[in-house]
Design a protein around this ligand. Structure first.
Ligand code: FMN
Length: 351
């Protein structure tokens, strides 16, 4: 057989497919809840750019309830934090359409997109979480992310009260919808494994680690406390890797990483820690939605070079269960990390 007749060597393409929340995704690259998902045009652009699924920006109960006459009662009854948070939504008259607008966005995205559309809800009252979750389910979302971003500012509220409230809310929503539920958490809990296990038992189908904590900044000229959103940096990923690696293999719930996923290596590390998917916001806002394609081809290239055939094959390979040295996730790591730092100059006067 001469060279021209020879069969070209068949290179099998690594398989990027992954499952998440009962959905079959073409890759682990999911668009996180962000301003990018606010309009149908952008949602379509994200799909064209290769997003495997899209999480819509959160609808906040404060936005919805502005339409509700009961709100006034709540305010006069003195639910202070709720009343305060209404300040974040200026221009109240137009906001009574918020929920309908959100439900229409779900319906429109579902009718135009092939990829799964996940809704995101940030409730403020137990009844609100349930009612709006039900409406979101009826609108046809493929799954629901519960954005549990909340701040503990009460001096009498113990961590146990806060965690019980969180578990109770997941239980309530679980009992009232069939939708698969992801719970997006803050990293500021004393015992993440214990909380994760309880959320798992309460019916969370996935845990999304972690929401970023947006601290306000001080405007010292105008003596004002102002909101400030900076995009994430890749260093933020390490916190996520740590906890996903520890949780992996111990829960029924799946794990998703959000926060600090910017490059191909960040995606690979997240999968190796044990994530089913990564969720991207900052990298897309910084580089544009075309970045999804860069990540996609970068993943394929890396996997080919390292002879991985599938995402599944690498998942959890650096989790605490599978890592060659699990103590890297434990106390010993603290001591090793501190002593691993080598001084640039021997003479301290040079610093
Ligand atoms: C402009 C912007 C808007 C966001 N809106 C939401 C939101 O509505 N709900 C939510 O759960 N997270 C929201 N996030 C957080 C992202 O979903 C994501 O979890 C976080 O930015 C960390 O991922 P990253 O490092 O890729 O940015 C937002 C982030 C940005 C930058």
């Amino acid at each position: 057989m001469n060279g021209a007749d020879a069969e070209p060597m068949l290179e099998t393409e690594p398989v990027l497919r992954t499952d998440y929340l009962g959905l079959h995704l073409k890759s682990p690259l999911v668009a996180a809840a962000s301003a990018l998902g606010e309009s149908l045009d952008n949602i379509l652009r994200l799909e064209d750019a290769g997003a495997a699924a899209i999480v819509l920006p959160s609808i906040f109960e404060e936005q919805i309830l502005l339409e509700n006459a009961a709100l006034e009662n709540d305010l006069t009854r003195g639910t202070e934090s709720f009343a305060e948070s209404l300040d974040y939504f200026p221009g109240t008259p137009s906001l009574h359409h918020e929920m309908e607008h959100y439900l229409n966005l779900i319906r429109a995205a579902k009718s135009r997109c092939e990829i799964p559309i996940l809704a995101s809800l940030n409730g403020a009252t137990p009844g609100g979480w349930v009612r709006f979750a039900q409406e979101i389910e009826q609108a046809g979302a493929d799954a629901l992310e519960l954005n549990t971003y909340a701040l503990a500012t009460g001096f009498l509220k113990t961590s146990a009260i806060i965690e019980d409230g969180l578990i109770d809310l997941v239980l309530r929503v679980r009992q009232s919808v069939q939708l698969r539920l992801a719970v997006k958490l803050s990293p500021y809990f004393t015992s993440i494994p214990h909380l994760a296990r309880q959320l798992d038992d309460a019916g969370a189908d996935a845990l999304v680690l972690f929401n970023r904590f947006y601290q306000p900044d001080f405007d010292i000229e105008n003596l004002a406390v102002v909101p400030r959103l900076t995009l994430s940096r890749p260093e933020e990923l390490l916190l996520r890797l740590h906890w996903v690696a520890i949780l992996y293999g111990h829960l029924r719930a799946e794990l998703a990483v959000t926060g600090g996923v910017h490059g191909v290596e960040d995606v690979l590390k997240s999968i190796m820690a044990g994530a089913q998917v990564v969720q991207l916001a900052s990298a897309l806002l910084r580089h544009g939605v075309g970045h999804i394609d860069t990540l996609h081809s970068g993943l394929l290239r890396w996997m080919r070079e390292h002879e991985y055939t599938s995402i599944r094959q690498m998942r959890g390979s650096l989790s605490r269960r599978s890592a060659p040295d699990p103590s890297a996730f434990e106390r010993g790591n603290y001591i090793r990390t501190l002593s691993s730092y080598t001084l640039r100059y021997k003479n301290l006067q040079q610093y």
